[in-house]
Design a protein around this ligand. Sequence first.
Ligand SMILES: Nc1nc2c(ncn2[C@@H]2O[C@H](COP(=O)(O)OP(=O)(O)OP(=O)(O)O)[C@@H](O)[C@H]2O)c(=O)[nH]1
Length: 352
Amino acid sequence: MDSSSLSQFLENTHLNSAEVKRRRLTLYFISYIGGIIMAVLAAKNLVRGDHFLAFWLGLFSFSVFANAALSHIFKNNNIFYYIAGCIVTAMVAVISVTGGYHDTGLHFVYPLILIQIIIVRFRAAIFYVTGTVGAVAFIVYHQESIPATYRAEDVSRFLIALGCFITVAFISEYFWHKSRKEMLTDNLEKLRQANSDPLTKVPNRRFLESVYFERAIKNPADYFPLSVVVVDIDYFKKINDNYGHDVGDRVLINVATLMKKAIRATDVVSRTGGEEFLILYPKTTLSMAVKLAEKIRVEIESSPFIEGDIHHPITASFGVATALTDANINATVKLADEHLYEAKGAGRNRVM
Ligand SMILES: Nc1nc2c(ncn2[C@@H]2O[C@H](COP(=O)(O)OP(=O)(O)OP(=O)(O)O)[C@@H](O)[C@H]2O)c(=O)[nH]1
């Protein structure tokens, strides 16, 4: 997992899920509050004898409730935001056609347009709002074929005020989105730094424990069997002692790079300690993980550290274990560690 995949993983796990939650809650609140208001207005219009408007308000109230209820069931589907946007356009059209109570219904167009801007994403909202305003303008300028009657001066002032309102709403939405995006980028960079090792740039132990394992537990079908390979460079202390800490650092970077190249995009190499790494192979059986670890062992063995006069053979020992279910991740890491110590005890440069 390179730096950009790590950022992507963190964005999907933390930041995007917060954004999805925010949008979803906005849809629920607006739908339920709006649905109740429309139901009340439908009842009031029924009492005062405007059956046509009462029918439409009742239908819209039912539609927004049904839309919100379906979005509870199909949680990962974005279509419900766009359906809500369409319901708003239809409501604005019906209100403009009927005129509402004493032809004062156009006042409701302002909050409805604002709802459309909030619910549908910024770019899509431009098209939705253009369509809605186009429909209203068409209706108010063709009063000969609708029940409502609007005075010419009210119509022109309404459209000018609506234009100003929409411009201000879009400007505020634009800057709000811009600052939110900057904040998210900033947060993402901080998260990336907190979850990666500054020397080798691979994810660190924090990433495994607070991000990766949590995600695996939430989506077991995508991760299990999850194989864990603990890798420890052999006699690393000698490298530091013989050539200095800087050379030791470069050996760590080389080994990490070599392992990153040897894995699939869905696997993860992380640095969990001084000269200890942990590789995670999702959807991989124990026998397959042993073969993959053996391949990396051979690769490390055949890539000595060469720099100037230094020509130092590098080997590593490997401990492998596999978690079949999310219930035993920690026990699996512990078992892989025990296998690593067995590999060290058995002479090093081997997979156990
Ligand atoms: N250069 C460098 N060395 C580190 C870093 N972190 C830990 N070390 C060194 O890694 C060495 C680990 O030594 P040991 O735990 O004795 O392990 P080893 O020499 O590899 O021996 P075996 O694991 O038993 O094969 C120590 O000398 C640590 O100082 C680091 O970030 N950079």
